[in-house]
Design a protein around this ligand. Structure first.
Ligand code: F0G
Length: 418
């Protein structure tokens, strides 16, 4: 039996009820299962012999009919052992779970595959989201695959070009609003309540988070069911950290792993309401009116899932940290140059956060750490170009290139010189 329930008052809602927050107390919802039933189902399932992907875990997903699944082959992303970065940072064991390897280049695809499958089950024709970029790119792609209309509200002038290109080419109706992500989210919440035929697929929709929890399952399976000591990831609207924590706790409940990692959320200094609350020992966030950071993906001042995120961090014994734009960009370059992994700035904040926490003695040297890099570097080429050395330009002539590269001239041996 699958249903939705309020995380605060426990009020229950049917699996097919279109409801985005608790009608009784207004709090967030989550998808619930009967874990005894699930355990029995898993015993009869061949899931462990399937390749790594979101749908290897279809038994754990709130989907009725597997023939209706809308998929672009999401999940199954690399868990890269980062030896060269280990040497630079001084930590002992570091893996990067690189979500840029997903079909549209971000972790959102995990959530959208499940979210759009649910939209099809519910017979919806139009889906909507507010986005700092990646959500709109992903929703637009999965809506196209399912033949649905997609509307995306984005903050004008504040989304990376690659993401805008994606949403546009996949055929979404892209609306740039004169405001930031928080304004856009408020408006899609209102629109989807007012026009019930429009299905909202921001991370307030608990079905989307079900797809994103597969990231935790994959990490466990990639490490032979020995979960890491710590998972470090960027936090914006706070859906992903909540989803990943749910994934770990479910594997734990089902006896598939016997310990849980410390969830560690990283926010950009100018957009860090959750990290501030954690650092100050507070139970509530103070929203930030004008969030600002170069990492536009996480330029969010009033994260909707803050309560789930704070719970995940506290329950797991984790922590949160803020990083400056400078630290983010340095980490982006460092990861690219030491490991060949090109991630967007928001993603690099996980590496920057790890470095900062480790240097401050808040992460133990012996911990096995997984940093989640959430989006591909090509999403935001402008920044990469801005922070890298400019290419040189010379005449198309060997001598000029040799001169530029400091190579001495190659003098061919003359025939018969012996
Ligand atoms: N990293 C990237 C690359 C993102 O795009 C986002 C969120 C996050 C991290 C933070 O994840 O919101 O679940 O805490 N991007 C959303 C979007 C807000 O609209 O694309 P979160």
């Amino acid at each position: 039996m699958i249903y939705q329930a309020c995380i605060a008052c426990g009020e229950k809602y049917g699996a097919d009820e279109i409801v985005y927050s608790c009608k009784r107390c207004g709090d967030l919802l989550e998808v619930k299962y009967d874990y005894d039933l699930l355990e029995a189902k898993l015993k009869k399932s061949d899931w462990q012999s399937l390749p790594l992907s979101v749908w290897r875990y279809k038994d754990f997903m709130p989907i009725r009919d597997p023939s209706k699944i809308v998929s672009l082959n999401e999940g199954g992303t690399g868990l890269h052992s980062c030896q060269r970065l280990v040497n630079i940072l001084g930590v002992k064991h570091l893996y990067v779970k690189n979500e840029g390897e997903n079909p549209t280049g971000s972790f959102k695809d995990r959530g959208m595959s499940v979210g759009i499958t649910k939209a099809v089950e519910l017979n919806t024709k139009t889906v909507i989201c507010a986005s700092t970029g990646n959500t709109s790119a992903s929703l637009a792609a999965y809506a196209a695959k399912a033949g649905l209309q997609c509307i995306a509200l984005i903050p004008s002038g504040k989304i990376a070009y690659g993401k805008l290109a994606q949403a546009m080419i996949y055929g979404a109706k892209v609306v740039q609003i004169r405001g930031n992500f928080d304004h856009a989210l408020k408006m899609v919440l209102e629109l989807s309540e007012k026009h019930r035929e429009i299905y909202l697929l921001n991370s307030i929709n608990p079905y989307r988070l079900e797809g994103q929890k597969s990231l935790a399952y994959e990490i466990c399976d990639q490490l032979n069911r020995e979960p890491p000591d710590r998972v470090v990831l960027p936090v914006g609207n706070a859906g992903n950290i909540s989803a990943i924590w749910k994934g770990f706790t479910e594997f734990h409940k089902l006896g598939l792993i016997d310990k849980l990692p410390k969830m560690t959320g990283i926010q950009a200094e100018g957009a860090a309401p959750i990290a501030r609350a954690i650092k100050n020992g507070k139970d509530k966030i103070v929203p930030i009116d004008k969030p600002e950071t170069i990492a536009t993906a996480i330029r969010i001042g009033a994260p909707i899932s803050w309560k789930k995120a704070i719970r995940a961090i506290r329950e797991s014994g984790g922590t949160a940290e803020t990083v400056t734009d400078k630290e983010i960009l340095e980490a982006q370059k460092m990861l690219a140059r030491s490991e060949g992994l090109f991630v967007e700035p928001a993603s690099a904040s996980s590496i920057a956060g790890l470095k900062k926490l480790f240097e401050a003695g808040k992460i133990d040297k012996d911990e096995i750490v997984v940093c989640v890099t959430t989006g591909h570097g090509l999403k935001d080429p402008d920044i990469a170009i801005k922070i890298s050395e400019k290419p040189s330009e010379v005449d198309a002539e060997i001598g000029s290139i040799e001169k530029l590269l400091g190579l001495s001239r190659y003098i061919p041996a003359t025939v018969g010189s012996r």
